[in-house]
Each structure stands twice: as structure tokens, then as C-alpha cells.
Design a protein around this ligand. Structure first.
Ligand code: ATP
Length: 841
């Protein structure tokens, strides 16, 4: 293949082409215009209730109320718009991070560039799993197969050879290919479709759907209750205006208006927080599901380990040598040279140095390590590469057919068992020997000893070939084994301990050998009772696999297809599975798992597109970090849902009880709007930013089916609602005989203060605030200062006095309110302290 290489465009030609054709960008759907986002804010049933209120108030001559409610509609829409805009910006930043890269050859060198910089004339180099970034004509191909389903709907891959066309948007799912680019960006056939396939899946999450359903349900209930109350009132001969306002107040009090917007903004900001922890979320649902994951299935190479491989030892000429001393073995030099030739030529890796002395390594770390190993070997000459049978995780080997001065040779490298199975001879410094039982025994012992040190072992082999098409990988002569170290990443051991404490199982599924995998698992303290190889897995029935999953299993020498079976078996046990993957054939398992995780650096485009989350640093520790973050966000959503609903409950209790008593209106419609829209939403957003609780990663994962509220949640809401509702009624009736306007202002202000101070109880549903710190959420303190400040303004500023019908409060009035608010801070703290104490005992 290398003789077909073309050196590609020069820098000058690239500049000219870019001038002429522009960037290789697919047209994106323009973002929705701002006015559409703004209009959407007016779509909710609440807005229609309020519009009805404006009309009713205006018809009854209450122009101030009508104007105030109209202003509230606009203010509410503006707040919703601002939050959606912020969420939109956070998500747009994520989408930008998904922009793909591509490998091209320019000036005779392979370079990785952003796909948008490709120009017509470029030589695009495609490996298995790459997405084709522009239209082109294939100039060379090795067993290349392209998935064109995105264009044709046909899911069977199409083989491609030299002269065939490839289209932007399709992906290479097998083999290798090089294509000369003919059209880029809007000139490609994919341009029209690209508009439809965005980078980020923003479908609403299950939680959002559930909460939207709750909000809608409450909305309808509110309208029904309001109409009933109004009807009863009118039949009983009450004042029409009073009854209308009561009905509207009740409707407004029942609906947690801020909820959907607060959830949206929390998830979007949450996705931003995930990126700061190196996890890029492709599907919004993942933020939620991550927190519930109970098993992480992870590959080894590059995720648990550094993937910076270095050859340290080699088994050559019947003995194990340190690489550094291999050159000192004169007898082994010829053999070392043959090994080196395989490492150099049976490879796609390249190590080059640019004019500034910067070393650029391209290719898989395994091949780079072998190339570096080969550089130390004596050069025994090369030859022309005629054909290649590429590496794949299924085949676990790779071969090239070479034309040398002494005829054709097939050079092979791969997983030792696989190469050994196809070998008949073994090379020694003096001569090649037949691979009999004794020689096999020696090789097995060498493999065992290298593997148990955690070394990744590659076997190198060759044979003379008969023709320019003889690529049969049989009858090989083993040249030796090379041991590569790939140390565990330093953060991983802690991350595994953290996962264990959080009740999350870690299962290693690797293509590497059982011995090497076992050694790494031991190093990292990954629990492992049983090691199962891909072959053994094949013989296991699905049911047996499901029951085997109760043990701590490690899977080695697996093929990607095995991952799908493993996920399915785990899911059959009710586990929520996070699964990593990087190759084309990992895509089905990534899609099947609850959280598909692709590698950002190592992963193919195909795997990344199938995944829910992309690890920007390919690091296992990032998965555990993302789960931690997911748990925090879910816990916070739980907190503000309870908080907002208990605020509404208090208002409903006060209004309904007062209605039953038959007293005058306790809160005016405008006051309720003020409480719900102006002050509660801000506090809830701040609650969504609470830091993770100290014990968050010491509890087992939440069961995915548990409802967001549940009985304990409802009990909490009812308790708070009963207290705040009753306390405001007590204040109202205490002052009603003194001055109805004062009583109303007192009840209104008391309710606002109650709602504000009760937020401390919701900052953690289990830990006392002393443990999480009174000031650990500064934004919450800011929100409280702001909203309480607004309430003071509402009471003392003439403007607000007019629109909210308030009167000034005296110091003793405030003491009443503060006195009744204190239990809301003190009691929940005492309850939590007592609970913590009981648990300790
Ligand atoms: P993991 O699944 O944890 O990433 P892995 O990299 O070992 O581990 P694969 O990529 O499926 O998994 O590789 C399987 C085996 O194939 C490796 O253990 C190694 O022995 C062999 N191998 C890896 N890369 C090459 C290569 N470029 N050429 C030949 N053989 C290779």
C-alpha cells in the first residue's frame, strides 16, 4: 500500500483551495430565532390563566391589578427566556466541542487536522471507524468496507476499492483507505442531510418529561379547582371580584411555575460542569442516568492504563532479555534484525521530527512502542509492501506482504495465542526449529512470566511467501515475543476505591490476555474471582452468563461482540450499566448500555456517535467523576422540586383553609405571583448549584425506578405546607381585627420569609447544615439576600406598595414573623442531627 502513497497537497495549494472552496463545513440548522424562544415562554397553561386574570381584572375596573399581572407575565417570560438562553449557550459550547478531526497527507506527511480544514485535492487517510469528512475518490484501499446507511438506508456495508467514490457522512467500518477529496462542505451530497443530524441529542430527559407531566397535571387541576371555587362562591352570593381573584390566586398557587425552567437550566449547567470534569455529554439524558449507574464495564488499555507503551523486555533466542541489553547479545543480532523488520514494516505507526525538532508520533501506542523497539535493531533491509491484512480486535493480528531482494515474505504480529496457533516453527539465532511440545511449553512459560508482570505481550512472526498475493497467515515462524509496559494511570486506583465505596461494580473487559489483565486488576484492586476468556464466554449460555454475573468476573481476550452479551446479561439482573468502547464494533454495546462511553482521544468517530458520553481524557477516573457529578445534580433536582412544591403547598393550605373559614382573601393574586415567580425561582436555581454532599459517594446507587418524590418527599412537602400555611393564617387572623391591610401584608411577608428560610432544610435532605457549612453555597446566600431585599422593598417602597397593596411593617411586626420563621430553621436541623446521631449509634 505504501508504494501507492501520494504526497498530497502542499501548503500553498491548500491555501489556494481554501480561498476558492471555503471551509469544509456542513450547513448547520440556524439556531431558533430569539423571538421564537421568547414566544415559547408564553405557551404554558399558566400564562393563559394569567391572561384570563388580566382580562377579568380589567373588565372589573381593577386597572392596577390588570397591569401588574400583565407585567408579571412579561417578567416571567423574560426570566424563562434568559434561563433558556443561558442553557442554549452552554449546550452550543458543548456542540462545538464535538467538531470532528481527520487525518490527511500534506507535503508528504500525515497530519491530523480539524475536519473543517479539509480542501478538495487533499488525500484523506481513513482507518476503521473513521467518518468520511468530505466526498472523494478512493486511491487505495485494503479490505475497505463503508457503511453508507446514513445516505442510502442500507445497513449492509459496501466494499470499496480504488476508483470507487466515498461520500461525506458515511463511515469506514472495516479495513483502510485513502481518498482524494473531490468536494467539501456544502458541495457534498451529505450537506442536505447534515442539517438534520445535529451533534448533541437534546431530547428532554425522562425526568423532564415526568416533571412536565406533573406541571401540566397541576395546571389542569388548578384551573378546575379555581373554576369550582368561583362557581361555589357565586352561588353562595359572594362578591364577584373577590371570588374571581380568589380563584385565580388559588390557580397560581397550585402550579410550580418555575419548575420546568429550573430543571432545564440545571441540566444544561450540569452538562457544563461535566465537561469541566472531562466528560462531554452527548445526550442530555446521560446527566440523569449517570447518577444511577451500578456497574462500570471498562476496557483496560488506555482507560485503566496510560496507553503510553514502551517495550521493556523481549523473549528472543529461547531466553528473556531486557531490551536495553539485547544489543549486547552478538549471537542474537540477526534475529533481533528480523524482529525489528516486523516492528518497522508491519505497522501504521510513524515517528517523525519537524523542522523545530518536535517529535510527532502517529499511530497506535502498541505500534509506536514496537517501532521504537525496531529502531534499536540492526537494519536487515526492507522491501516494498504489496498487501496488508489489517489488524482488528476480532482478528487480534495484522500482516503485510513484502517484496524483498530474496523473494516475498509475510510479516505478522499479533496476540501471542493467535500467532502461536498459526505457527509451525520458532526462530533461534542458529536456525529455525520445529515448534514441538517442548518449544511451545517454553513459549507458554515465557508468556506467563511476562504477563504476570502486567506486560502486554505481542508475538512477531514471518514466513517466506510464494507469490505477490500469498497472505495466508499459516505456517509461520515465531521470531520472538516483545513485552510492553503500560502502567496503570495514577488516578485509577483511587477512582476504583471510590466506585467500590459508592456501591458501583467495576468489570474489566479487555482484548488483552488473561494473565496481563489479571495482573493489572490486582495492581488496581479490582475485585476478580473469575477470569473468563472470549472463547469460554462463547460456550456459555445466556442464562449461565446472567447467573455468573453475580460473581466478580474479569473478561479477557474478548471480541467486541462479547460486550453486547455482557451488557445484556447485566441488564437482565437489573443493573444500570455504563460501558466504554472505542472501536466500530463496540457501537452496538454502547447503544445497548444505559450509558455508552466513548473515548475522546482514542475512540473512533463511529463509537463516539453511538455514545452518550465522551471521555475527553480517555481516563477511567473521569467516569467515576462523572457519576459523582451526576449524583450531585440529581440530588439537587430532588431538593429544589421538594422546595418549590412545599412553598406552593403552604400557599394552597393558607388559601383553602381561609376559604373554608370564609375569611377575606389572605393573599392577593399579585402577591402570589410575586412569591412564586419573582422570589422562588431564583432561590431554586441557587439550590440546583449546591455542592456534592460529603457522603454522596458512600451510598449505593439510586434505583432507576424510584420516583423523584416518593412518600417521604410528599410527607416533607405536606409538613412544611401545613406549618407555613397555618403560621401565616395565625398571623393573618391576629392582625385582621387591628387592620385588614396590615394583616394582609403581614401574611404575605411572613409567607415570603418562611419560604426563604425553609430553603436551609432542603440544602441537604439528610445532613445538618452545620455539616455542609452555612456559607458553602454563596450563590444561595446571594439569592436569599436579593429576594429578602426585594420583599423589604415590597413593603416600604411606595411604588411596590401600590402594586402589591402593601403597608409598612413595624419592628414588632417583623418580630412576629421572625419568631414564627425560626422553627423552620431550627426544627429540621434538630431532626437531622438526631437522625445522624441515631445512625452513628
Ligand atoms: P482493551 O480491550 O483493554 O483496549 P487491547 O488493546 O488489548 O485491550 P484489542 O485492541 O482488542 O484490545 O487488542 C487485542 C490484542 O491484539 C492485544 O492484546 C494485542 O495482543 C494485539 N494487538 C493490539 N494491537 C495490535 C496491532 N496493532 N497489531 C497486532 N496486534 C495487536
Amino acid at each position: 500500500m505504501k508504494d501507492l502513497m501520494q504526497s498530497g497537497l502542499t501548503a500553498g495549494e491548500v491555501a489556494v483551495a481554501r480561498q476558492e472552496f471555503g471551509p469544509n463545513e456542513m450547513p448547520k440548522l440556524p439556531p431558533p430565532p430569539w423571538w421564537k424562544t421568547a414566544l415559547r415562554q408564553l405557551e404554558s397553561p399558566l400564562v393563559w390563566i394569567l391572561v384570563a386574570a388580566v382580562v377579568a381584572a380589567a373588565a372589573l375596573g381593577e386597572t392596577i391589578d390588570a397591569a401588574v399581572i400583565a407585567a408579571v407575565i412579561i417578567l416571567n417570560a423574560a426570566l424563562g427566556f434568559a434561563q433558556e438562553w443561558r442553557a442554549e449557550r452552554a449546550l452550543a459550547a458543548l456542540t462545538a466541542m464535538l467538531d470532528p478531526m481527520a487525518t490527511v497527507r500534506r507535503d508528504g506527511r500525515e497530519t491530523v487536522i480539524p475536519a473543517r480544514e479539509i480542501v478538495p485535492g487533499d488525500i484523506l487517510i481513513l482507518s476503521t471507524g473513521d467518518r468520511v469528512a468530505a466526498d472523494g475518490t478512493i486511491v487505495s484501499a485494503q479490505s475497505a468496507e463503508v457503511d453508507e446507511s446514513i445516505l442510502t438506508g442500507e445497513s449492509v456495508p459496501v466494499s470499496k476499492s480504488s476508483g470507487d467514490l466515498v461520500s461525506a457522512g458515511t463511515s469506514l467500518v472495516a479495513g483502510l483507505a485513502e481518498a482524494r477529496i473531490t468536494a467539501t462542505g456544502v458541495n457534498t451530497g451529505f450537506a442536505e442531510i447534515a442539517k438534520l443530524t445535529g451533534g448533541l441529542d437534546r431530547r428532554p430527559t425522562q425526568l423532564q418529561v415526568a416533571l412536565a407531566r406533573l406541571a401540566k397535571w397541576l395546571g389542569f387541576a388548578a384551573v378546575a379547582v379555581a373554576l369550582t371555587v368561583a362557581a361555589i362562591g357565586m352561588i353562595a352570593g359572594q362578591d364577584l371580584l373577590d371570588m374571581t381573584l380568589t380563584a385565580i390566586s388559588l390557580a397560581v398557587a397550585m402550579v410550580p411555575e418555575g419548575l420546568p425552567a429550573v430543571v432545564t437550566i440545571t441540566l444544561a449547567l450540569g452538562a457544563g460542569a461535566m465537561v469541566r470534569r472531562q466528560a462531554l455529554v452527548r445526550r442530555m439524558q446521560a446527566v440523569e442516568t449517570l447518577g444511577a449507574s451500578s456497574v462500570i464495564c471498562t476496557d483496560k488499555t488506555g482507560t485503566l492504563t496510560e496507553n503510553k507503551m514502551v517495550a521493556t523486555s523481549a523473549w528472543v533466542d529461547g531466553a528473556l532479555h531486557e531490551i536495553a541489553t539485547l544489543s549486547d547479545e552478538p549471537a542474537a543480532q540477526a534475529l533481533f534484525g528480523r524482529l525489528g523488520r516486523v516492528g518497522r514494516l508491519c505497522s501504521h505507526a510513524s515517528v517523525s521530527e519537524d523542522a523545530h525538532g518536535n517529535v510527532q508520533e502517529i499511530g497506535s501506542p502498541t505500534e509506536i512502542a514496537l517501532l521504537r523497539f525496531a529502531q534499536a535493531a540492526p537494519d536487515i533491509g526492507s522491501g516494498d509492501i504489496l498487501l496488508e491484512v489489517p489488524f482488528s480486535s476480532e482478528r487480534k493480528r495484522m500482516s503485510v506482504l513484502l517484496r524483498t531482494d530474496d523473494g516475498f515474505r509475510l510479516l505478522v504480529k499479533g496476540a501471542p495465542e493467535v500467532v502461536l496457533e498459526r505457527a509451525t516453527h520458532i526462530a533461534y539465532a542458529d536456525a529455525d526449529r520445529s515448534l514441538d511440545g517442548i518449544e511451545r511449553g517454553k513459549l507458554e512459560a515465557a508468556l506467563q512470566s511476562m504477563g504476570s508482570k502486567g506486560l502486554r505481550v505481542i508475538a512477531l512472526a514471518e514466513r517466506s511467501a510464494n507469490s505477490d498475493s500469498d497472505t495466508e497467515e499459516e505456517g509461520l515462524t515465531i521470531l520472538g515475543l516483545v513485552g510492553l509496559i503500560d502502567p496503570p494511570r495514577k488516578e485509577v486506583a483511587d477512582a476504583i476505591a471510590l466506585a467500590k465505596a459508592a456501591g458501583i461494580r467495576v468489570i474489566m473487559i479487555t482484548g488483552d490476555s488473561p494473565v496481563t489483565a489479571g495482573a493489572i486488576a490486582r495492581d488496581l484492586a479490582i475485585a476478580c474471582d473469575t477470569v473468563l476468556t472470549g472463547l469460554e464466554l462463547k460456550d456459555l449460555s445466556d442464562d449461565d452468563l446472567v447467573s455468573l454475573m453475580s460473581k466478580d468476573v474479569l473478561f479477557a481476550r474478548t471480541r467486541p461482540a462479547d460486550k453486547l452479551r455482557i451488557v445484556t446479561a447485566l441488564q437482565a439482573r437489573g443493573e444500570v450499566v455504563a460501558m466504554t468502547g472505542d472501536g466500530v464494533n463496540d457501537a452496538p454495546a454502547l447503544k445497548r448500555s444505559d450509558i455508552g462511553i466513548a473515548m475522546g482521544q482514542r475512540g473512533t468517530d463511529v463509537a463516539q456517535e453511538a455514545a452518550d458520553v465522551i471521555l475527553l481524557d480517555d481516563n477511567f477516573a473521569t467516569i467515576v467523576g462523572a457519576i459523582d457529578e451526576g449524583r450531585r445534580q440529581f440530588a439537587n433536582i430532588k431538593k429544589f422540586v421538594r422546595y418549590l412544591l412545599s412553598s406552593n403547598a403552604g400557599e394552597v393550605v393558607a388559601l383553602v383553609v381561609n376559604l373554608l373559614i370564609g375569611g377575606p382573601l389572605i393573599f392577593l393574586a399579585t402577591q402570589i405571583l410575586w412569591m412564586n415567580l419573582v422570589t422562588d425561582g431564583v432561590t431554586a436555581v441557587a439550590l440546583g448549584l449546591e455542592k456534592a454532599e460529603p457522603d454522596q459517594m458512600k451510598a449505593p446507587p439510586r434505583k432507576p425506578a424510584t420516583p423523584i418524590l416518593g412518600l417521604s418527599g410528599l410527607a416533607l412537602i405536606v409538613t412544611f405546607g401545613l406549618y407555613t400555611g397555618t403560621a401565616s393564617l395565625v398571623i393573618f387572623y391576629t392582625f385582621l381585627s387591628v387592620d385588614p391591610a396590615l394583616a394582609n401584608t403581614m401574611a404575605f411577608t411572613a409567607m415570603v420569609v418562611f419560604e426563604k428560610v425553609s430553603v436551609f432544610a432542603f440544602r441537604s435532605l439528610t445532613s445538618p447544615v452545620i455539616r455542609i457549612g452555612w456559607t458553602s453555597n454563596p450563590l444561595l446566600l446571594l439569592a436569599l439576600t436579593l429576594t429578602l431585599g426585594l420583599q423589604v422593598a415590597a413593603v416600604y417602597l411606595p411604588f411596590f406598595q401600590t402594586i402589591l397593596h402593601t403597608v409598612p411593617l413595624s419592628a414588632s411586626n417583623w418580630l412576629w414573623i421572625i419568631g414564627l420563621a425560626l422553627p423552620l430553621i431550627i426544627v429540621p436541623e434538630l431532626v437531622k442531627l438526631a437522625r445522624v446521631g441515631r445512625q452513628k449509634r
